[in-house]
Design a protein. Structure first.
Lengths: 330, 549
């Protein structure tokens, strides 16, 4: 198990390094000139060149990349447009000349929103998805199963912006059951935090739960017919206990893997949901950065999203290996 | 019977509810098993034998199954219709089950020690973990597995050891009744013998009553006091094993007993089947002899095949320096246990696998490159055709019989559609089917019929060598006899040369002219049938022969 763990961590690190290089290459492949953007529209050529020099953009590409990658590990000092040194401690993701703050600080400001959104949505996904998949599997072929299948098809086919606006119209504007979504820090007021995010949670959760419901159902039905579940019952275990101990464990692998991917993706920012409900999370930050040509922030958010996905996929793999000893051999 | 029976079944009827209405699986079965007695429940697939075993433990899905009649253990309560709480106390404690496929029956997620200990703790809730662990270790030792391996997972064990674990798990609570459902069917002959001996030894020692469910008359002969023959869900005949094996009243039982060739059956004779229980010897055939072979058709010299190892593991040598040949008009039998390299040799000769070393010749021509040379393989497949083991997996379910049988003709001949169809009809009639089957799909046929379709496909282009890889091992004994009879007829009619691969020594002895014995990729012994079977030279061949039931 230890060997498997080490192997998996090394793999994750390699993938992250490759993504860093790719994102950095993207930064320089972009048609816009970072120095020009940083300097502003009223700069003349000499001023742009000065800015370019102070930003270090005149140095060889490889040196710049090593600076950037090194900054992530050890931190570095970045020169602002006018040459003022700005300390950027590790993990330094660069400096946004548009927001006038280190990219990491910009992300850190907005991450609580994204994390709150992801946490609630994941709860909804797991409870709704796994729960309805379980119910459908236990009542296979009966009306409950068909009803739940219909619901999950609806969830899979409906778009977030459509469902979001519909629910907002019905629950907020028409009936007033739920307040208009807004972000209140959890530490400041837990109840308002939950109430303010309830609608986004439900929408994001419902749409993503569909895949989980379908996978849960098919996994359970497949595992249920394995001989070892029957063996457990032949030993004298009750049906429920046999299912909890054996069926659930057999069915869990693919679900854990999908969940890992989902956690990573949600923490990287849920742009559409954030936009629909006017929440300022990392997704919104990324899209604003793209629109505003704020390349350091674009690269930073891309890296962050990749980081979360890689880390949680690796965590999921380790959990699967823990669940199934046969995986550790591969 | 004076002693009270350990298991008493009366008028048992089991009906499965399906989408197309109720389907009876078992009708009006009654029997008793006394303490210490072994009753064999014998029948072919679909006879309902496993259904009875599952019903005895109440393991059927109550939503889809309707059970009538009575099942009692000793003087215990009625089990048919009993609530789950009663059944839970019986299962694994008073009656326990040994399932067929140990790899599937054991959880891949838990250690074998934990799985045995769990079976103990379920019925001894007051026992601590340590006691249960000790008990599991003791049970492992009793079935011949070192207690130190308790922390292994099932995938670390061999097939025979896994089956031993399943037996240990069933016996951990000293049940009054042990139900063993095909406990050795998935095992090699030598391991089967060991496991059967172990079951019998433990059963005698503990005085447990045993219900042994099997399709294999040989297993019954070796283990059971009495046997009950089932056919299509009904009891046909019951009695002491010795009487039923020698002088059964019912012709079906006689056919079942004699359909599987033994080491005493005259080679090349027609085997009795259910439809034809007392076959006449073929008029044209000279029993026991084969036409004199004329020249070598296919030849392997010092063949070596390695499968690449994964990551840092060394490559696995599947075939290691094997030399053998098939002469024209001869049938060579290739015998060995699983993993001995039989199928790999078949793949090399069919041009599907590139040898790592050595020579492969067909009709004098070097064909070792056929696996990587599409043209050579195509030419080779004109002359060498395969019949596969699994008649369910080897026919494409989306194609009609006509498409299946005529595909080789389309590839290898310039016959037009009408003439291909004529040839397909001719082939189907040769294998005992008819033109009306042309437009059907494989799922409409039984296993034996499917195997006939597979044979027709292989014969379509009139190949010079037919490689049959375990062609009858997935079939019921009486169907196996039919297919073997068919293959013998076709061989004579068409003068086929065959490479016949099997793990079943009795079948090989019956069907083949020369025998080659393989072990771990090496050739142990090769020679004419009578020499190998009557005076085997290698100790391994003797061991294999001794394990035949």
């Amino acid at each position: 198990m230890t060997r498997y763990l080490l192997k998996r961590v090394a793999q994750a690190a390699a993938v992250l390094l490759a993504i860093t290089a790719l994102a950095f290459a993207l930064f320089y492949a972009a048609p816009s000139d970072p120095a020009l953007i940083a300097c502003g529209p009223r700069c003349d050529t000499a001023q742009v060149e000065a800015v370019r020099a102070s930003m270090g953009l005149d140095r060889p590409l490889l040196a710049q990349f090593l600076d950037y990658a090194g900054g992530i590990v050890t931190g570095r000092t970045i020169a602002d447009v006018d040459g003022t040194p700005i300390p950027c401690p590790a993990p330094c993701l660069g400096y946004s000349y548009t927001l006038h703050q280190p990219v990491l600080a910009a992300i850190a400001d907005r991450l609580p929103v994204t994390v709150s959104l992801a946490a609630g949505a994941l709860t909804v996904i797991v409870v709704l998805g796994v729960g309805s998949g379980l119910a459908a599997a236990l009542r296979r072929g009966r009306p409950t199963d068909r009803l739940l299948s219909g619901f999950s098809l609806l969830g899979a086919s409906v778009q977030i912006y459509f469902l979001g606006y519909v629910l907002q119209f019905l629950l907020v504007y028409t009936t007033g059951l739920v307040p208009l979504p807004r972000y209140v820090p959890f530490a400041a007021h837990p109840a308002q935090w939950a109430l303010g995010l309830l609608l986004p949670w439900l929408v994001l959760g419902f749409v993503n739960a569909a895949v989980f419901a379908r996978l849960t159902r098919s996994q359970l039905l497949e595992t249920m017919h394995h001989g070892y579940v029957r063996t457990a019952r032949a030993k004298g275990l009750g049906t429920l206990r046999a299912h909890l101990k054996y069926t659930a464990r057999g069915a869990a692998g693919p679900l854990v893997q999908l969940l890992g991917l989902e956690v990573g993706a949600l923490l990287g920012g849920a742009f559409i949901t954030e936009t629909v409900f006017g929440l300022g999370g990392v997704g919104k930050l990324a899209v604003d950065a793209v629109n505003g040509n704020d390349l350091p922030t674009v690269v930073g958010t891309v890296l962050l999203a990749a980081f979360f996905v890689v880390v949680f996929v690796a965590v999921a793999d380790v959990v699967v290996a823990w669940l199934d000893p046969r995986v550790r051999l591969a | 019977m004076s002693r009270p029976s350990a298991l008493r079944v009366r008028d048992l009827t089991v009906t499965f509810g399906t989408a197309r209405g109720p389907v009876p699986a078992v009708r009006d079965i009654s029997f008793d098993v006394a303490p210490g007695e072994v009753l064999g429940l014998v029948g072919e697939s679909g006879s309902g034998k496993s259904t009875i075993g599952l019903a005895a433990l109440g393991l059927h899905d109550p939503a889809r199954t309707h059970i009538e009649g009575s099942i009692r253990l000793g003087g215990g309560p009625e089990l048919v219709g009993a609530p789950e709480s009663v059944l839970k106390r019986v299962r694994g404690a008073r009656a326990a089950m040994v399932f067929q496929d140990a790899l599937d029956a054991l959880s891949p997620y838990h250690t074998i020690g934990a799985q045995i200990a769990e079976a103990y703790r379920v019925h001894h809730p007051k026992a601590g973990r340590r006691v249960a662990r000790q008990r599991a270790a003791a049970m492992l030792e009793r079935v011949g597995i070192p207690a130190a391996r308790a922390s292994d997972h099932p995938h670390h064990l061999s097939g025979g050891m896994r089956q031993r674990v399943v037996i240990a798990m069933a016996l951990v609570n000293d049940p009054d009744v042990l139900i063993a459902d095909e406990p050795t069917t998935a095992l090699d002959a030598r391991v089967q013998r060991q496991v059967l001996d172990l079951i019998r030894e433990l059963q005698t020692e503990t005085g447990t009553a045993m219900l042994l469910i099997t399709h294999d008359v040989g297993v019954v002969a070796a283990t059971c006091h009495r046997m009950l023959v089932l056919r299509a869900g009904e009891a046909l005949e019951e009695g002491p094993t010795t009487r039923l094996l020698t002088s059964a009243a019912h012709s079906y039982t006689r056919a079942l007993v004699q359909a599987a060739p033994t080491l005493r059956t005259p080679p090349r004779s027609r085997l009795p089947t259910v439809e034809d229980p007392e076959p006449k010897p073929r008029a044209t055939a000279r029993p026991g002899t084969a036409p004199a072979p004329t020249g070598v058709l296919a030849e392997l010299r010092d063949l070596r095949v390695e499968y690449p190892g994964r990551r840092r593991f060394r490559p696995h040598t599947a075939v290691d320096g094997v030399s053998l040949h098939v002469s024209r008009g001869e049938t060579l039998g290739l015998v060995g246990e699983s993993g001995s390299g039989k199928s790999t040799i078949a793949r090399v000769l069919a041009g599907l696998r590139r040898p790592t070393g050595g020579e492969v010749r067909f009709d004098g021509r070097d064909i070792s490159g056929a696996a990587t040379n599409a043209r050579l393989r195509r030419e080779l497949s004109r002359d060498v055709q395969l019949v596969f083991q699994d008649p369910y997996a080897s026919l494409n379910p989306r194609r009609t019989v006509e498409q299946i049988v005529t595909t080789p003709l389309r590839v290898h001949t310039d016959l037009d559609a009408a003439r291909r169809r004529d040839r397909a009809v001719e082939l189907l009639e040769q294998v005992g089917l008819s033109a009306s089957h042309l437009s059907r799909h494989p799922h409409e046929f039984s296993g034996g019929q499917r195997q006939r379709i597979g044979i027709a496909r292989a014969l379509a282009v009139r190949p010079r060598l037919v490689i049959a890889d375990e062609p009858v091992s997935a079939l019921d004994v009486s169907v196996q006899a039919q297919v073997l009879n068919l293959l013998m007829d076709l061989r004579e009619e068409l003068g086929l040369s065959l490479l016949f691969i099997s793990h079943d020594l009795a079948v090989v002895r019956h069907f083949c002219d020369r025998i080659a014995v393989l072990k771990d990729g090496r050739l142990v012994e090769a020679g004419p049938r009578d020499t190998v079977f009557d005076t085997p030279a290698a100790p391994y061949t003797k061991e294999l022969l001794a394990a035949v039931l």
